[in-house]
Design a protein around this ligand. Structure first.
Ligand code: URA
Length: 234
């Protein structure tokens, strides 16, 4: 495990500000394995250290799971030389080493994306064997015909011959659909509608499994997921 500055570790796992943490340290109220911490830049291995503030143990979760309401124009990647990525939107207090998005949303797609540092979890979600539904709202450039519902239910065959898993399509308005997919192929929604000569003007993902984007989470905002939230996506 990599070492990390004690003040950074504490601000990552608590909601105490960095300046407040420095004050605790100055007053000798922070200990690591029973020894008083002298300076805020002292490095520790958070996994094997017992950290206490005023005698209270501070737990360190190695893995974090963050939901982001992705805005348009942001890249689903960890880093990029010139363009802003979803990981750039993670606030300081939730930042960890090696964060990455679980799967991808296109640059112009909005909505729910999960960011984590847990490779095993990400693998479960994006594995082709995974049957977790991903729910999208698609606004199309033409009217939806009722017979698309059965076409999607059968499994759409894409232009290159790839067969998609059966998907559930609900027509919400003449050109707006709710689509639940059980696989995650590249540009899948756009390619599926493309088979029926429909272009996707807007695409928004609002749920992964039973985890829905909270109404209160504004575009560009992140929220730390609880263990229950994580469970809902599996
Ligand atoms: N399907 C798409 O076409 N684009 C996305 O961003 C997600 C699913």
């Amino acid at each position: 495990m990599e070492t990390i500055r004690i003040d950074k570790m504490l601000s990552n796992v608590t909601n105490i500000s960095r300046s407040e943490i420095k004050r605790f340290i100055k007053r000798g109220e922070v200990t690591v394995n029973g020894k008083v911490v002298k300076t805020a830049d002292e490095k520790i291995d958070p996994e094997s250290s017992e950290v206490k503030i005023k005698g209270q143990t501070i737990g360190y979760n190695e893995f974090v799971y963050i939901m982001l309401n992705k805005p348009k124009g942001i890249l689903s990647a960890s880093n990029d030389k010139s363009r802003k990525t979803v990981v750039d939107l993670v606030p300081e207090n939730l930042k960890r080493q090696k964060l990455f998005p679980v799967g991808r949303l296109d640059k112009d797609t909005t909505g729910l994306i999960i960011i984590t540092n847990d490779g095993e979890y990400a693998h479960k979600i994006i594995s082709p064997k995974n049957k977790t539904g991903k729910v999208y709202i698609a606004t199309l450039d033409g009217a939806l015909k009722e017979d698309l519902i059965s076409e999607f239910k059968k499994g759409v065959v894409l232009a290159d011959g790839t067969k998609c898993r059966p998907a559930s399509l609900e027509i919400l308005e003449s050109n707006i659909a709710r689509l639940t997919l059980f696989d995650g192929k590249y540009h899948e929604v756009k390619r599926m509608f493309g088979v029926f000569d429909l272009g996707v003007n807007e695409l928004h993902r609002y749920a992964i499994g039973d985890l829905t984007l909270p109404d209160t989470l504004q575009s560009g905002e992140c929220l730390l997921m609880s263990a229950e939230d994580v469970e809902k996506t599996l």
